[in-house]
Structure formats: C-alpha cells, structure tokens
Design a binder for this molecule. Structure first.
Ligand code: ATR
Length: 280
C-alpha cells in the first residue's frame, strides 16, 4: 500500500459538496491510499484550520463558497490565474508552503473543449458577474475569446469589464440584463453561458433568460449542475441548441486540481459518472 495522503474541501456550509465522493472514487480507481474529506469551517477559523492541515501533512485542499477570496491572506503564493481572478479554489501544500490556484475558469473551458468547442476567437456571452462568472470571464479572455457580460446588477458587470481591460488590455462588452438587450446581441454570439445561480435547486423552474432570446445556432452552457438539466438548458435543447450541462465544469475543475496536486491524468468519465449518480 502506498503512503496515505490527506486532501479535502473547505467551505461553509459544505455538507452537500460532491467533491469528496468524486475525488475518493478517483483515488480508489488509481489504487491510491489517499483520502478526501469535507470541512465545514467558518471564516474566523480558517487560519487555525490551515495550520492544522499543515501539521497533519495535507497535500491539497479545494476551497469553496464563501472562502475563495478570504483564504488568500493565509497563502504564501498564488499562481497567475488565482492572482488575476483574485480567488482561490485549490491549495497545494509544498515544502511547508501554501500555494493558491484557481481551476474554475479552466474547468469551464475544458468542459466546452470536451464538447468540441474551441474558445479562441469565439463570441461568448456570459450571464452573471459573481465569483464563478469572474473565473470564466478571465479564462475565456486569456484564451482569446470575444466577451460580453450581462448581469442583473449592471455595476458589477461594469467593474468586471474594467478589470479585464486594465489587467489583460482586452475590451469586454457590457449588455443590459434585459430580454431585449440580450436578444439584440444573440445574432453575434456563438456561446451563451449561464454563470448566475438562477435555476439552481430548489428554484428549478427559473431560467436567467426566456426561450424567446435563444437561437438554434447557439451553444448553450449552464454552470448550475443541480439539477443536471436546468430549465435554461431544457429551453435551449427544445429549440435546437447544442447544450452543455454544469457537471462538466464541476468535474473539470476537480480534474485540474488533481493535476496540480498529483500530476496525474484524471479519469474524467469516472468522475462524471460518480457525480451524475449522486445528482439523479
Ligand atoms: P457565485 O460565486 O456562485 O458566482 P455570487 O458571487 O453570489 O455566486 O454570484 C451570483 C450571480 O448570480 C450574480 O451574478 C448574481 O447577480 P447580481 O450580481 O445581480 O447579484 C446572479 N443572480 C443571483 N440571483 C439572480 C436572479 N434572481 N436574477 C438574476 N441574476 C441573479
């Protein structure tokens, strides 16, 4: 038996996280005697928690809501993505140092690529300007997409667009979060991504935009994965769009974390299967 190594996800609340079952399935499949647990930690206890992990020789952590920004102050260094996005979802413990990464945006891009979508040069409209949207917008901008953002709170979208302009020297279009404004930009959009929380369980009948704005030419992606088929995706599928569910991004952000921690090729199909089994 190989050496035991400890991993986990830290958030608050955390009991519904699918990360433990997904990562433990990978370790089992690869014959690794590693374990991955969920830790419900409040903001004020993060420091003590991280020190405890250090003492116990943890190798890696995922970080989820609401700690992705607050945890940065306790880390020794950040990779380029985490620094740009100013949020961390993955920590690697290396030589007693805590290194922060962000794999959320890359997870989204990998999920698109897996379904045959190339990002460079594509016109992508992202709905939302929260934590998840930020990661996606930065990654898509880095990959050379033309980006438009639409968010209920316009000011938040404007600030994100300004940040992209300042940090990456790239223009981002900000679109009013109204059906008519979104309809106007759809003819010049290739990929439409819902990066808001609209449609997430339990309010499963909500959709960020109505079917009226959709066009069969679009590839439509939702980052909400509970339910797997959201109302938004159902509408898009009905009118003939190619649809990509949120499980893909969840699986790929986890897969990218595994690459960082262990330098392995993660078994994507198994990871997806385990997550889908838990969701249906
Ligand atoms: P996350 O980290 O999951 O992205 P977040 O930072 O709270 O969570 O962001 C949630 C996103 O969903 C935001 O873009 C939010 O819009 P606001 O910036 O206007 O709050 C969006 N959102 C949440 N509920 C919404 C609703 N009912 N209609 C439209 N957008 C909504």
């Amino acid at each position: 038996m190989k050496e035991n190594k400890l991993f986990g996800v830290v958030g608050h609340p955390i009991r519904h996280s699918l990360s433990p079952v997904m990562h433990n399935a990978v370790f089992k499949k690869l014959g690794l005697n590693y374990s991955y647990s969920a830790f419900d930690i409040e903001k004020n206890d993060l420091d003590v928690f991280l020190n405890r992990c250090r003492e116990m020789n943890f190798l890696g952590l995922n970080v989820t809501v609401p700690h992705k920004v607050d945890i940065i102050r306790y880390l020794d260094d950040l990779d380029e993505n985490a620094r740009l996005i100013n949020a961390v979802n993955t920590i690697k413990f290396e030589d007693n140092m805590l290194l922060g990464y962000n794999t959320d945006g890359l997870g989204c891009v990998r999920a698109l690529e897996e379904r045959g979508e190339r990002i460079g040069g594509k016109r992508i409209l992202i709905l939302g300007a929260g934590g998840a949207a930020r990661a996606i917008v930065f990654q898509c901008a880095l990959e050379g997409a033309e980006i438009a953002i639409s968010n209920r709170t316009m000011d938040r979208a404007m600030r994100l667009a300004r940040e992209i302009r300042e940090k990456l020297n790239k223009r981002v279009l900000v679109v009013n979060f109204s059906e008519s404004s979104i309809r106007d930009i759809i003819p010049t959009t290739d990929i439409l991504i819902n990066a808001t929380s609209v449609g997430m369980y339990p309010k499963i009948h909500r959709s960020p935009v109505s079917s009226d704005v959709l066009d069969p030419r679009l590839t439509v992606m939702d980052i909400v994965y509970n339910p797997i088929e959201t109302q938004f995706l159902r509408n898009a599928k009905r009118i003939g769009c190619k649809t990509i569910d949120g499980v893909g991004m969840f699986v790929h952000q986890g897969a990218e974390s595994l690459r960082i921690w262990l330098d392995i090729k993660p078994p994507i199909d198994l990871m997806r299967k385990v997550v889908v089994e838990k969701l249906v």
